[in-house]
Design a protein around this ligand. Structure first.
Ligand code: 5GP
Ligand code: ZN
Length: 109
């Protein structure tokens, strides 16, 4: 499968990894649009929210809880931050592996 995020999971291409456990990995966006811009992704290759199933309910919740933990670790939690998930082409999704954007440290995004 030619998925750039699966390659990051397998450490075939480098990324600034900030969190990893058995289900989830999080790394710095290569083209940040905010001072803090981290992508939180499931290790399971799910194309988008539209492709998630009932089997993925717990995993979807874990993504948000990991984002919350990273925001606390990076000390942006008090000021607040944005969690963004684009779904499909019409939603502006460019990478076909479900990901949650954690955006913080700026108010103009
Ligand atoms: P989308 O538009 O699909 O919601 O967001 C995809 C994000 O992935 C973009 O913000 C883009 O900068 C980021 N991205 C794309 N390729 C890579 C990569 O190879 N490494 C990293 N760290 N981020 C990437
Ligand atoms: Zn993938």
């Amino acid at each position: 499968m030619n998925c750039i995020f699966c390659k990051i999971i397998k450490k075939e291409i480098p990324a600034g990894i900030v969190f990893e456990n058995k289900d989830i990995i999080a790394f710095k966006d290569v083209n940040p649009i905010a001072p803090v811009h981290v992508l939180v992704i499931p290790k399971k290759h799910i194309i988008s929210v539209a492709d998630a199933s009932d089997d993925d309910v717990l995993l979807m919740g874990k993504l948000i809880m990991v984002a919350k933990k990273i925001a606390e670790d990076l000390k942006i939690s008090n000021k607040g931050y944005k969690l963004l998930v684009r779904v499909g082409k019409g939603g502006g999704q460019e990478v076909g592996h479900l990901h949650l954007h954690l955006l913080g440290g700026a108010y103009n995004v």
